[in-house]
Design a protein around this ligand. Sequence first.
Ligand SMILES: [Zn+2]
Length: 270
Amino acid sequence: MAFSREELKRYSRQIAVKEIGIAGQQKLSEGSVLVIGAGGLGSSALMYLAAAGVGRIGIADYDRVDLSNLERQIIHRTDRIGMEKTKSAAMTLQAINPEVRTELYQERVTPDNITDLIRPYDIVLDATDHFENKLLVNDACVLAGKPFVHAGVLAMSGQIMTWLPGEGPCLRCLSGSAPGLAEMPSCREAGVVGAAVSVISSLQAMEAIRFLIGKGKLLTGRLLHYDGLTCTFDETEIPEHSPWCRVCGEHPDIRSLTDHPEEYVISCGA
Ligand SMILES: [Zn+2]
């Protein structure tokens, strides 16, 4: 597929990056990313992926735009309060870059539908805001062998890690061992600063872009933690998956998403 004159101009600054070039831009335009959650974490990631020219972008969210979202969910607008979030997000993406194709899933992501949702995409971004949903994305992607980028933000801090089949730990491997896990957001009442969410969300977009162009080093086996109060980044290296992991360990008790449905029931703030 050759780029039009307009596309070459649109992406000219990105094509000028030596690790991308025309070949990398081609890979982005042929690439696909599913973003689960069109809220705070989804906002910057979705907008940068569209701006960068990722060819097919899936947006999954069951919610509608609320006034209390707008402080951090910058993909939405005040005049769209009450609108379906997937529709509002797609409107913003189309305004940024009409060249990209969006696919909307205005539904709750559940153990019943998530495997079908993730299947047609190259990589998945976890932009959900409940720990139980993060476990669901983790388990579905690990069981399906689908690359995904985990992220979580609370108050002014956040964390991010990428999982690829056979590379590094999954989210469940970290249980009880990683310093960042205890800080994972579990209740939307905990509070959050929009700009801090955007830091992590932009890093998620960068993970997807590097994954699609096949350059650089992803955050596999590395949990990156951002402290927005002091503006420091710390990295916990966890090169191996845990043999005791419930989903990717040696004797997993989660072999399908129907084995332990109680794991994915949101316990607070729903
Ligand atoms: Zn694991």
